[in-house]
Design a binder for this molecule. Structure first.
Ligand code: HEC
Ligand SMILES: [Cu+2]
Length: 364
């Protein structure tokens, strides 16, 4: 601004002081009132500054408190309150994901696997999956992944295994992708102690049980506290080995070697009855058999299932096995010598495939 005479060496805004036209130009350099140029503080101003700084200190104090509380709170939110009161946030997120994986695995299992392994893994055409000793020592995630990638032949080396390849990384590729395989593994390894909600596979909404009106739930299979009995043999690598172990020896008169020459069957010299049974497509061809009471008899068993192990196991009313025939892999014929049985009705099964069942009527 150059409308004022005199040197201007500071940039302060000045209001032009009114002056009479006649008066000489004041000698003062500044046109602001003298109060503006005071360097000392008035008592009011001092008071104000003191009050302001007290406020500022409070504000700062509160800011520090709030920030520290936030940091402490966030610390516990992130890492969990000690003593297990809350779950760390990352852990929580992982748990939620785990739950989702198990729920999806459940649906995949029921849709693809239950037909052979049973709705609860109790077994059927395929081996049981829900047994603790098996889950403990045998069905680990890597193993399950391999089985699903290679197919059933991975288990016992049986090239005719009825279990197909499931993973689309297999050869030939199966129907499930790596994520779905992960979900299945998560489900098979889920803990017994955890309860999960059944979700509708397409809607992803909880399924309501029409009877109770409540959400349907399921639990995992794995008992986290399971400990095998000391000295127990771990589950064999090949599930059928379990049946062919000599544990059944005392009553296992059906072993083809022990029961004399199988060729003796047609002769049945002693007038023994010969009952015909066959197995095809993992089922007994004759669902009902009959035999005389209190007399030993023979079962001519024709396993027509190529590559499939089958036998006949006759149970009594209590469900205990009264006769266990040797397991034979088809196509084969074998003759079982069954000891005398009292009159009655006896269910029989294939020891390998728990869904192969029939009824034997003795002395009917
Ligand atoms: C057509 C029937 C069938 C279907 C469907 C089926 N499996 Fe299997 N599974 C078998 C048979 C049979 C075996 C035993 C392998 C063999 O020796 O042939 C087996 C073996 C297994 C094993 C290894 C068991 C062991 O004792 O080592 C696992 C794990 C398994 N299946 C998981 C699954 C899963 C998961 C699914 C669904 C994606 C499935 N299976 C679908 C028939 C089936
Ligand atoms: Cu069988």
């Amino acid at each position: 601004m150059t409308d004022q005479p005199g040197p201007r060496d500071d940039a302060q805004e000045r209001l032009p002081a009114p002056r009479p036209a006649s008066a000489p130009v004041p000698a003062e350099r500044f046109s602001a009132p003298p109060s503006a140029h005071r360097n000392d503080l008035t008592p009011e101003r001092t008071g104000r500054i003191v009050r302001q700084s007290a406020n500022a200190r409070w504000l700062g104090f509160i800011a520090v408190i709030v920030t520290s509380l936030f940091i402490i709170g966030y610390y516990f939110y992130e890492l969990g309150v000690p003593g297990g009161l809350t779950t760390p946030r990352l852990q929580q997120a992982a748990d939620d994901q785990q739950v989702t994986a198990v729920q999806r695995g459940y649906n995949l299992y029921e849709a693809n696997c239950a037909q052979c392994h049973g709705v609860n893994g109790e077994g059927g055409k395929g081996p049981t999956l829900n047994r603790q000793d098996k889950l403990f020592a045998h069905l680990n995630p890597d193993y399950i992944r391999n089985v699903l990638t290679v197919g059933g032949r991975y288990v016992c080396g049986n090239p005719k295994s009825i279990m197909p390849v499931w993973s689309n990384a297999g050869n030939p590729p199966g129907p499930l992708n790596y994520k779905q395989i992960d979900y299945l593994i998560a489900f098979l390894r889920a803990s017994k102690d955890d309860t999960f909600t059944v979700l509708d596979p397409s809607l992803n909404e909880p399924v309501i049980d029409p009877q109770t009106g409540k959400e349907k739930t399921f639990t995992g299979w794995v008992d986290p506290n399971y400990k095998p009995a000391p000295g127990a043999t771990p589950f064999p690598d090949c599930w059928t080995d379990e049946f062919s172990q000599p544990s059944a020896a005392p009553g296992a008169s059906g072993s083809p070697g022990a029961s004399g020459a199988p060729s003796a069957a047609p002769s049945a010299a002693a007038g023994e009855t010969v009952v015909q049974e066959a197995a095809l497509n993992i089922a007994f061809v004759n669902g009902t058999l009959s035999a005389p009471a209190d007399k030993p008899f023979q079962i001519a068993f024709d396993n027509q299932d190529s590559g499939q192990p089958h036998n006949i196991e006759i149970k009594d009313a209590s469900g205990a096995a009264t006769f266990t025939g040797a397991i034979v892999t088809g196509p084969t014929k074998v003759t079982y010598n069954v000891p005398a049985l009292k009159a009655g009705t006896y269910p029989f099964v294939c020891s390998v495939h728990s869904n192969m069942t029939g009824t034997l009527t003795v002395g009917g």
